[in-house]
Design a protein around this ligand. Structure first.
Ligand code: GLY
Ligand code: MN
Ligand code: MN
Length: 430
């Protein structure tokens, strides 16, 4: 891990919040992600399951977290199972958690090797009535492969058919949606690293540069600041590519007179930042580019003010749609007749702004978090309106990450990242 140690009080608090919602006589199990094979003996770099990180900080493959608050043996009320290490293993496979390290990181006193899981778990199941499974309940999840958790669920159901089953997903959505101060600090660090990356590329961008050269500059700055790299696959789309919402090839030349849409965020300690800025390739916005840019910026600023406790995500999106409609009318991109005749299911503004404005942000970029209940203080959302005009080879999105406050406007974690056209131009021409 490149990041600095995290105070384990965060994980102790998080487990206490989860356990408080468990039913009597129940065990909750959280499995790590698999390490994905890519062929021969190669694998993708390991990415820990966000729920395991949230509840234990155990950033290591093949870890299992077991929570059983009513276990008769107090040492078995929380257990972390880890892949075994010793001096020989350390030489071949690098450093893994010792039992002492794992306790320091997680605040969990009982650490067992993975080889002991079956014996301990089967013993504890004789005391338990219910098992919590950690199925993925993100509203956009669409994973087809069988996960480690799925395999565990199958085996557990077949070995213990007389137990009751519960799901952790709902509790995790509720908990992970509202951030602890330590989490907000980690996300602030991620945003600051993104800021450094953005400031690095501004004077670097010139006509003729390739999109992947900009990507490389970001990566350089992220790594030297203890980030593992991009929180998500970055979008560096110049000219028409800015209108392709999921453009990730980043392989075109940036042309004089075009703009570049940069949807780029660093991760830090597995927390995401999620930024979008749109800049002129040659360091000077044309009048037209500036007019559209400032329309997007006004929508972002107005939308941000609506992220307050008690607001509803769906209603908020309708209100943002109204603000965008008024800006698009002002730009002459849609007409009053278009608005009068619009289909309420696909309003006129969707022709130029077809995606959502905000999502929860945290350990996952599109984070776990409740979306149908009123918003709460310390939820972190992105605000990311855009206007895409393919016929003008122009796509502008501006995205900041903000924390809802108890009262007043949200706190902008990206307040230090240049956003006004004048500041961007100045930094590009230094
Ligand atoms: N970068 C992904 C998003 O903005 O949602
Ligand atoms: Mn983004
Ligand atoms: Mn986003």
């Amino acid at each position: 891990m490149k990041y600095l140690p995290i105070n384990n009080q965060l994980f102790i608090k998080n487990r206490a919040k989860f356990v408080a919602q468990m039913k009597p006589k129940s065990i909750a199990i959280f499995n790590s992600n698999d390490t994905f094979a890519t062929g021969a003996d190669s694998t993708l770099p390991f990415k820990q399951h966000s729920d395991v990180l949230y509840l234990s900080g155990a950033d290591q493959e093949e870890s299992i977290l077991l929570l059983f608050p009513e276990a008769i043996d107090p040492n078995h009320r929380e257990i972390l199972f880890l892949t075994e290490t010793n001096e020989h293993i350390a030489i071949w496979y690098g450093e893994k958690f010792s039992k002492e390290d794992a306790t320091k990181v997680s605040g969990i006193k009982t650490i067992y090797w993975l080889s002991e899981f079956k014996k301990i778990f089967y013993d504890l199941m004789t005391e338990a009535e219910t098992v919590y499974f950690n199925t993925n309940e993100h509203y956009r999840q669409s994973v087809e492969i069988e996960t480690r958790e799925d395999r565990f669920i199958k085996k557990c159901k077949s070995d213990f058919p007389a137990h009751k089953w519960e799901k952790s997903g709902q509790i995790m959505q509720q908990l992970r949606g509202v951030k602890e101060p330590e989490e907000i600090e980690l996300m602030q660090t991620a945003c600051e690293i993104t800021n450094k990356g953005f400031r690095r590329i501004l004077p670097f961008v010139k006509p003729g540069i390739m999109e992947f050269e900009i990507e490389a500059e970001f990566m350089h700055e992220f790594l030297r600041n203890r980030s593992k790299g991009f929180a998500y696959t970055p979008i560096i789309g110049s000219g028409y590519s800015a209108c392709v919402l999921h453009y990730i090839e980043n392989n075109k030349e940036c042309k004089d007179g075009d703009m570049i849409l940069l949807d780029v965020g660093a991760e830090y300690a597995n927390y995401s930042s999620d930024m979008t800025r749109t800049i002129p390739v040659n360091g000077k916005f044309t009048d037209r580019q500036k007019v559209v840019y400032n329309a997007v910026l006004r929508v972002k600023n107005e939308a941000t003010k609506m992220l307050v406790p008690g607001a509803f995500w769906a209603e908020y999106h309708k209100e943002v749609g109204k603000i965008m409609t008024s800006e698009l009318l002002g730009l002459g991109l849609i007409s009053k007749v278009d608005v009068q005749n619009e289909d309420p299911k696909w309003p006129a503004y969707k022709k130029y702004f077809m995606h959502g404005t905000s999502h929860h942000l945290g350990l996952d970029t599109h984070d776990y978090g409740e979306l149908k209940t009123p918003m709460k203080a310390n939820m972190v959302f992105t605000v990311e309106p855009g206007i895409y005009i393919p016929e003008e080879k122009m796509g502008i999105r501006i995205e900041d990450d903000v924390v809802i406050q108890k009262t007043g406007e949200p706190f902008n974690l990206m307040r230090n990242i240049p956003i006004e056209t004048e500041e961007i131009e100045d930094l590009m021409n230094q």
